[in-house]
Ligand binder design. Structure first.
Ligand SMILES: Cc1ncc(COP(=O)(O)O)c(C=O)c1O
Length: 362
């Protein structure tokens, strides 16, 4: 019998385990969202996030999961008669392209084989042959465990297509991977907090460029809940448009304090160390699914080269250690499995898990 009050420790690529000290932050007394105390909490959190995301532009605290920002970027910043170039290299980037179409926008897809990155050259070739208002990019594909070369792509975009808006889903990348938002010239970059922020799900952090907010003023039918123009007006008062999930913001404040204190270089190094360990382990018995050069430091997708029954191994580890890791996602189910190494998961944690998987495989 499952017992939701005694759940397994999570090494799935989101939600990941949340430490008790973080959970306690969600139990703080409720604040009135138009009161001075809330404005203080909001303002301090945004100031810390600006340091973490390397931006002086807008940082929005969004009471929705990451998918909400897929929709928000499109509905705010792309007019109905404009076309988006959607880069597709796995399940989540594919889904964003679909969502853009569900928002009634014209979408042209740049597809690569799963496990391969989307490169600056490929994007350049597409953009030079058509007229696009924006591109969508997934920084870290959670299905294939691949980190796209977003720094190279951004350099090319700034040099050759400065007028094309850049929307980046950094859901499973932030804050385990660098994101110098202003320097990269991105327009929308976001992450839901159940990944490397190591918090319970239901909340998203977004950086939005000033020009994206300006553009949204001219885009019709943006809706209400996700309207960047209204969000920016509220943010100027250290508020949100509607009642936010204040418990999440209290926990986010706590996590940001720790991140600022640790220093982002150290945070990224900690994730790299875990990534290298898991990839080293994977190479001994299996293979890393994607090209090694692009393998993610926040999660590893392991190619099931030994034909193990993934579900059985997950079950065995859960039964013995009350811990779960992830099966492959979508078309990669059973052909791969995934281990998260992000957030407050430690190197000691992943070493322990890999040992347990070895033990279960025999
Ligand atoms: C890369 C990526 N984008 C978007 C999403 C969707 O995020 P959410 O479940 O927070 O809506 C996920 C979820 O795993 C993801 O990994």
């Amino acid at each position: 019998m499952p017992d939701w009050k005694n759940p397994p420790r999570l090494f799935i690529p989101g939600p990941v385990k949340v430490d008790d000290d973080v959970l306690q932050q969600l139990a703080r007394p409720t604040l009135g969202h138009r009161g001075k105390e809330y404005a203080q909490l909001h303002g301090e959190t945004v100031e810390m996030l600006k340091k973490i995301l390397f931006t002086e532009q807008n940082v929005f605290l969004c009471t929705c999961s990451g998918s909400g920002l897929w929709e928000a970027a499109i509905r705010n910043c792309v007019a109905p008669d404009e076309t988006i170039l959607a880069t597709c290299c796995g399940a989540f980037s594919d889904k964003w392209a679909e969502v853009a179409e569900m928002c009634g926008r014209k979408v042209d897809r740049l597809k690569v084989e799963w496990g391969q990155p989307t490169t600056a050259e490929q994007i350049d070739a597409k953009l030079s042959a058509g007229k696009y208002a924006a591109i969508t990019l997934v920084y870290n594909e959670t299905s294939t465990g691949l980190t796209n070369p977003v720094y190279e792509i951004s350099k090319m975009m700034k040099a050759k297509y400065p007028d094309v808006l850049v929307f980046v889903d950094a859901v499973s990348g932030l804050i385990g991977l660098p994101m110098h938002f202003d320097e990269l010239g991105w327009d929308v970059g976001f992450a839901s907090v159940q990944k490397a922020f190591a918090m319970p799900p239901g909340f998203t952090v977004a950086a939005v460029s000033n020009r994206a907010v300006e553009k949204s003023k001219s885009v019709p039918d943006r809706g209400y809940y996700f309207d960047f123009v209204q969000w920016a007006k509220s943010a100027a008062k250290s508020q949100t448009l509607v009642t936010p999930s204040i418990p999440h913001i209290a926990a986010l404040h706590y996590q940001c304090e720790k991140l600022v204190k640790e220093g982002m270089e150290n945070v990224w190094a900690r994730h790299k160390e875990m990534g290298e360990f898991v990839r080293g382990w994977a190479r001994k018995s299996f293979e890393v699914f994607c090209e090694e050069k692009y393998a993610s430091n926040t999660l590893t997708t392991v190619k099931n080269t030994r034909g193990i029954v993934v579900a059985d191994v997950i079950k065995a580890v859960q039964e013995k250690h009350n811990t779960v890791f992830g099966n492959g996602y979508g078309q990669l189910k059973d052909k791969t499995f995934r281990i998260a190494h992000m957030g407050d998961i430690t190197l000691a944690d992943v070493k322990e898990l890999c040992g347990w998987i070895d033990e279960a495989i025999g």
